[in-house]
Design a protein around this ligand. Structure first.
Ligand code: AGP
Length: 618
């Protein structure tokens, strides 16, 4: 996730609007910033650097630049750490094109292989490659539009692009695939941006672009194209475009959250995009294969993480055992001393941390490293402390998460970890070629499964939150096997956001103690994963004590649930018994439930009391 913006005007200056827009887009990324502008004497000037907007603006004198056509970018690193050279815009070898990008190019490695033979590559980014592919087209006498089309055909993954071309000083070219991009129209100019807030000061008139659309804007023209058959392309006619213009009336406060009342709900709804970026980023990332090779030949794997990251780690241990027959030992970071004496130089430590800065996880990693273990990190933040201190790193590419509750980063972590598991399974020869391909294909659609689950869960969560409005007691979230691990994350969400005591434990444990607490109307949520049909028995024993039981299950899971007014069933999406999809279909309900309870009680779900987004103290 990054923020991009571009403006082209008949007269006057666009740079100050680009800078204003970048300030509004900083929530999408803030590790480096850059702008490109075509000056009135037709020079293409690029200034960019690592740091947030305020810092780069001052350091590089961005406010001094002037020009009618300008683009800007605020970055959230995915390929290459946040450095000056990795900051956008990126240029071609002849400095004729400047390009900004939001998204992840999946076939990065193969594109880089062929481009670096003939081009001078200055960064580690996937974005720079696009500038050089377009350059190839120009060198062959094609127009910029044709060259861009040729480039788009070569790209796999997600992108929102804005491109300046020195020889066409009034135009900004654009293209969209699976990353957000909108056009704005105003008197004397046109604009492009990742989202509406960036342009609200300038216009309320927008066209929302669809995937697969590309084209250019000029001060008094908007041209949108689509691909036709066999690689041809055609222009969408003016009348059709007129019908797509929308007038948006948002307050600036609402606008910074993309129209959502809180970042948490926005981030819950961003999960399909986050999963698509995670998949696209990792599917062909050579690092995934390298890490998998390390795991394949390892004796022992210790998985460390805190809070939600630990819960993602639990799911990793489950699928490692199931699909690779390898034992991975989960460990809460702050408890690292429990295993400290046993760690030695044959061990592999997988550290999971959204922020990459969590004190406890860093302490665990530093201690285990001193004892000779090899450290592999999974994080969302390129260049974070954990990233720097690890032997190898994988990135989830979920984009910045502002709400204190981990939502989209959890599901992205789970997807990344499942991709790693199947890679290890393939390496060990335990997953046949067909099985590996099938699982990989299923995981490539995790984004649409979570989308469906969010749609199904939202009204149900809202309804149950209402029922629980005056409830102040405890509740249980139960599961067995994989369901228990998902339940742990579900209970954490309810605790931290709704301030209700929620406990998750393996349902089989009920009779060994916890059922003593159950009395009339005690809420019990049951996560019925495919691996544990016996959980119906646990539901019955809870209902017999007059608990209010909600069984959540995939709609295609058949369970023998008796007629009992104390047991209600929530059917989520059907997943064809593919358990790798279960975390994505169960968790949105609990994220939404905790959110709606919090809102109904008048709490702030984005900033739950006593909690910080990143815990950098012991
Ligand atoms: C989850 O909603 C919490 N915010 C918290 O448990 C969090 O997951 C934990 O502090 C770990 O953070 P990290 O992933 O940045 O290391």
């Amino acid at each position: 996730m990054c923020g991009i913006i571009g403006l082209t005007k008949k007269t006057g200056d666009s740079v100050k609007d680009v800078l204003k827009g970048l300030a509004m887009l900083e929530y999408r990324g803030y590790d480096s910033v850059g702008i490109a502008v075509i000056t009135d004497n037709r020079r293409l000037v690029v200034r960019k650097g690592a740091g947030d907007l305020a810092n780069v603006r001052k350091r590089l004198g961005l406010d001094e630049l002037r020009g009618r056509t300008a683009i800007g970018h605020t970055r959230w690193a995915t390929h290459g750490p946040p450095t000056d050279s990795n900051a956008h815009p990126h240029t071609d070898c002849r400095d004729e094109i400047a390009l900004v990008h939001n998204g992840v190019i999946r076939n990065y490695a193969s594109l880089r292989d062929y481009l670096e033979k003939e081009h001078r590559l200055l960064s580690e980014t996937d974005t720079e490659l696009i500038a050089h592919i377009i350059e190839d087209g120009l060198r062959h006498g094609k127009s910029l539009l044709e060259s861009m089309v040729e480039a788009l055909k070569k790209l796999e993954g997600s992108y929102a692009l804005a491109i300046l071309y020195k020889n066409e000083p009034k135009r900004i070219y654009f293209a969209k695939m699976k990353s957000p991009l909108i056009l704005g129209m105003f008197d004397g100019g046109s604009a492009i941006a990742s989202d509406i807030p960036a342009l609200l000061d300038i216009t309320r008139k927008f066209i929302m672009l669809n995937d697969g659309e590309f084209g250019y804007i000029e001060p008094d023209e908007v041209s949108i194209y689509r691909f036709g058959s066999e690689g041809s392309f055609y222009k969408i006619d003016a009348e059709a475009l007129k019908n797509r213009i929308k007038l948006i009336e948002w307050s600036p406060e609402l606008a910074s959250k993309g129209g959502y009342p809180h970042f948490m709900i926005k981030e819950i709804y961003e999960q399909p995009q986050a999963l698509s970026d995670t998949y696209n980023g990792l599917a062909e990332d050579p690092s995934l294969k390298k890490v998998a090779e390390v795991f394949t030949s390892s004796k022992r794997i210790i998985v460390v993480g805190a809070g939600t990251s630990y819960h993602a780690g639990l799911i990793f241990t489950y699928f490692m055992s199931k699909l690779t027959k390898k034992m991975a030992i989960p460990l809460i970071s702050s408890e690292f001393k429990v295993l400290e004496s046993a760690i030695n130089d044959g061990d592999i430590v997988l550290a999971i941390s959204q922020s990459g800065e969590t004190f406890d996880t860093l302490e665990a990693v530093r201690t285990f490293k001193r004892k000779g273990a090899k450290i592999i990190t999974l994080t969302n933040v390129v260049g974070s402390a954990l990233d720097r201190e690890s032997d190898m790193t994988l990135y989830i590419r979920a984009g910045p998460e502002i709400g204190v509750a981990a939502t989209k980063t959890y599901t992205s972590q789970v997807l990344a970890l499942e991709l790693l598991v199947i890679e290890v399974g393939r390496g060990l020869g335990l997953l046949s070629k067909e099985n590996y391909k099938r699982l990989s294909e299923i995981l490539s659609r995790a984004d649409s499964y979570i989308q469906e689950s969010i749609e199904i869960s939202d009204p149900l969560a809202k309804y149950i939150a209402k029922l629980m409005n005056n409830y102040k007691g405890s509740l249980y979230v139960l599961g067995r096997g994989l369901g228990h691990y998902i339940a742990k994350e579900a209970a954490l969400k309810i605790k931290e956001i709704s301030y209700l005591h929620a406990e998750a434990y393996p349902a089989g444990e009920s009779k060994h103690g916890p059922i003593a607490l159950v009395e009339k109307d005690f809420p019990v949520f049951i996560i019925a994963t495919n691996d544990s049909p016996e959980i119906v028995g646990n539901a019955i024993e809870m209902a017999a004590r007059e608990a209010n039981v909600w069984i959540l299950k995939p709609s295609d899971t058949e369970l023998d649930i008796p007629d009992n007014e104390r047991i209600r069933t929530i059917d989520l999406n059907s997943i064809n018994k593919n358990d790798v999809l279960e975390p994505f279909i169960f968790i949105p309900f609990f994220q939404l439930l905790s959110y709606y309870i919090s809102v109904a009680k008048g709490y702030n779900p984005d900033k739950p009391r006593n909690l910080a987004k990143t815990v950098t103290v012991e």
